[in-house]
Ligand binder design. Structure first.
Ligand code: PEP
Length: 248
């Protein structure tokens, strides 16, 4: 089963119209021959300007979150319809920072994921364990719960991208080893096979995220179950292009 690699950036709460436009202009020629899908998920307020900056290129602009309701009294949230107005295709859901600082739960991740799919968006659903959970041997248990609840009720799981992001590796410079990332992502694929069907699991694109950079991307991307990366810090500079060109 061949899955198309997918490299996505997550700008988090960084960049401005000016710096973001400049970076996209620099990235465009560097990533134009990529053999993978390329996306930058940016702060909602930057989406219109970044979509304009990326026009005519192979860089998709994605969002960092989306609400489940079509509209209504949800101050501070954005809807799938608002994203689609700008041609957004991808949206990150359940990033560990959303879970840690903004009270996101597996249940809210599920609602957001279902709404994104319903609207024809591709959710990038983030899962991953805390350091103490890994150290106490609870990684698989945590992933089981995040996948079972987060993906509950999905009809076609192949339309979802999963980002495995061990929380201890995000923004810390501590990357999971190639073997650790492969082993855990293979476990996630097996679990998705159990929850849905083994054949469907083979179609799901699963990214690794957590201090992935220009230096370690080749080794991670060479692993059979790792189909891409969700890139935080390194997506704020032209290093992102080196990751996108991991196979060149
Ligand atoms: C992320 O934000 O999803 C991430 C993986 O960040 P970093 O690459 O900076 O660890």
């Amino acid at each position: 089963m061949s899955r198309k690699p997918f490299i996505a950036g997550n700008w988090k709460m960084n960049m401005t119209v000016e710096t973001g436009t400049k970076l996209i202009e620099e990235l465009k020629p560097l990533v134009k021959n990529a053999d993978c899908d390329v996306c930058l998920c940016v702060p909602a307020i930057l989406i219109p300007a970044m979509v304009k900056a990326a026009e005519g290129s192979n860089i998709h602009i994605g969002a960092e979150n989306v609400h489940w309701a079509a509209s209504g009294a949800y101050t501070g949230e954005i809807s799938t319809g608002m994203l689609k107005e700008y041609g957004v295709k991808y949206v990150i859901i359940g990033h560990s920072e959303r879970r840690q600082y903004f009270g996101e739960t597996d249940e809210s991740v599920n609602k957001r994921t279902l709404a994104a799919l319903d609207a024809g968006l591709t959710p990038i659903v983030c899962v991953g364990e805390l350091l103490e959970e890994r150290e106490s041997g609870k990684t698989n248990e945590v992933l089981d719960r995040q996948l079972k609840v987060g993906l509950n009720g999905i009809e076609d799981v192949s339309k979802v991208v999963i980002a495995y992001e061990p929380v201890w590796a995000i923004g810390t410079g501590k990357t999971a080893t190639d073997a650790q990332a492969q082993e855990t992502i293979a476990y996630i694929r097996k679990k998705i096979g159990e929850l849905f069907c083994p054949k469907c699991a083979e179609k799901v694109v699963i990214q690794y995220g957590g201090s992935m950079n220009a230096g370690n991307c080749k080794g991670l991307m060479a692993q059979p179950d790792i189909d891409g990366g969700l890139i935080g810090g390194a997506s704020l500079k032209t290093d992102f292009a080196t990751i996108v060109n991991f196979n060149k």
